[in-house]
Design a protein around this ligand. Structure first.
Ligand code: XUL
Ligand code: CO
Length: 441
């Protein structure tokens, strides 16, 4: 069901549906067939695709060298509430035309921040009731909400980790409002991305205090939201740098260690973003695997970086090989814990037609769908898993088992090595493994 407001923004575009790979219609899915079953679940259930309100409805394409190139027709009114409603109309039109079930937002994506916290809270109430109606009418849901505690210049020295208590209190107030907002919109999860939680110079920074303060805010936020009846999961979204030189949630392993150190691992999981993995010098699938191994693979921010530069380009995903490797991890992990696939991605600055956002999402969705289908085939009809298992089969034997179970001393381990004498080499067969992916794409 397509939901438009008083005005249709994306004129000439109807509901995007599955037409298969033979279709030449650019406004159709070639691989994403929402009701198709893959490994026992529909694609719709596997993915829970979401649009990112900030990129698709707010970001006008500015960069450090020039202003935005978009002139969104929903961003014209001088009245902030009118503007926010027009934007919500456009958002729901986009979501329902794409056939998505979800969106994700920051507090200030929905309506511009006002001069005071009190005035901002009033605006948020107004827009929340408008969006609630649109949610009810369309059946569209909130995958997660979050607070933008990084754009306002007051957060230049950090939000939860600011050295000044009054700024920490302000961040707390903003997070409380964003939690209230997310709960009122029946958000399924809540995200923390610590864009300003880090530092530029160690000389003026007390790392110990800042980490303690960050954990303190997370605990307070969890306690508050639970008290309000929020049953969803909290996600930390790791990123190593940008805007700060050193960010505390560097990568999945760092965030898991942090959550465990502060006793937050029961309520928090991870939201893994492709381009953040790249910036941490990891692959996307590495970050997914580390999160999954800890039982903390919560959600995904889908995009891609650029191999030739080192910043967060947030491009829409197109790389089937990369996403197939990711889907192998996802399927073996048994899916995401509570989250979905949020397109935290933006069209390029020179993509200025309103329809371009459709091409971008269709491409991203089909990349994930094709990769999921490929990953299923690899898992069910290839040798990949058995070959990998075979590499570790020496731990299925008596001594290997004993070692794994912790029933062996270093002395006993050493005696086995002495008895074995010269060892044969065993190939890792990486190229053979790599070819299996290509064979099934
Ligand atoms: C920034 C980023 C954010 C978070 C939400 O790199 O990914 O948009 O996803 O604050
Ligand atoms: Co993100």
């Amino acid at each position: 069901m397509i939901l438009t407001g008083d005005k249709e923004y994306y004129k000439g575009i109807g509901a995007i549906s599955y037409e298969g790979r033979e279709s030449d219609n650019p406004f159709s899915f070639k691989y994403y067939n929402p009701e198709q079953i893959v490994m026992g679940k529909t694609m719709r259930e596997h993915f829970k695709f979401a649009i990112a309100y900030w990129h698709s409805l707010c970001g006008q394409g500015s960069d450090p060298f020039g202003p935005g190139t978009q002139q969104f027709p929903w961003d014209q009114s001088s009245d902030p509430i009118r503007r926010a409603r027009d934007k919500a109309d456009a958002a729901f039109e986009l979501i329902t035309k794409l056939g998505f079930d979800y969106f994700c937002f920051h507090d200030v994506d929905l309506v511009d921040e006002a001069q005071t916290l009190g005035e901002t809270e009033k605006r948020l109430h107004k827009i929340a009731s408008y969006i609630s109606e649109k949610k009810n009418e369309s059946g569209v849901k909130v995958l997660w909400g979050t607070a933008n505690c990084f754009s306002n210049p007051i957060y230049m020295n950090g939000a939860a980790t600011n050295p000044e208590f009054s700024v920490v209190a302000r961040a707390g107030a903003q997070i409380k409002m964003a939690l209230d907002l997310t709960i009122s919109l029946e958000g399924e999860n809540y995200v923390f991305w610590g864009g300003r939680e880090g530092y530029m110079s160690l000389l003026n920074t007390d790392i110990g205090k800042e980490l303690d303060h960050m954990a303190q805010i997370l605990s307070m936020a969890r306690d508050y939201a639970r008290k309000q009846g929020f049953k969803g999961t909290f996600f930390i979204e790791p990123k190593p740098m940008e805007p700060m030189k050193h960010q505390y949630d560097f990568d999945a392993a760092t965030a898991i260690g942090f959550l465990k150190e502060y006793g937050l691992e029961k309520d928090f999981k991870l939201n893994i973003e492709v381009n953040h993995a790249t910036l941490a010098q990891h692959s996307f699938e590495h970050e997914l695997a580390i999160a999954a191994n800890a039982g903390m693979l919560g959600s995904i921010d889908a995009n891609r970086g650029d191999n030739q530069n080192g910043w967060d380009t947030d491009q829409f995903p197109v790389n089937i090989y990369e996403i197939t490797e990711a889907m192998l991890v996802l399927l073996q992990a048994g899916g995401l814990k509570g989250g979905g696939i949020n397109f935290d991605a933006k069209i390029r600055r020179n993509s200025t037609d309103l329809e371009d956002i459709f091409h971008a999402h269709i491409g991203g969705v089909d990349t994930f769908a094709r990769a999921l289908i490929t990953a299923e085939k690899i898992l069910t009809s290839s040798e990949l898993i058995s070959l990998r298992k075979k590499r570790y089969s020496s731990f299925d034997t008596e001594d290997g088992k004993k070692f794994e179970n912790g029933d062996m001393t270093l002395q006993a381990l050493s005696e086995i090595a002495f008895k074995n004498g010269t060892l044969e080499r065993k190939s890792g067969k990486q190229e053979l493994f790599e070819n299996i992916i290509n064979q099934f794409i």
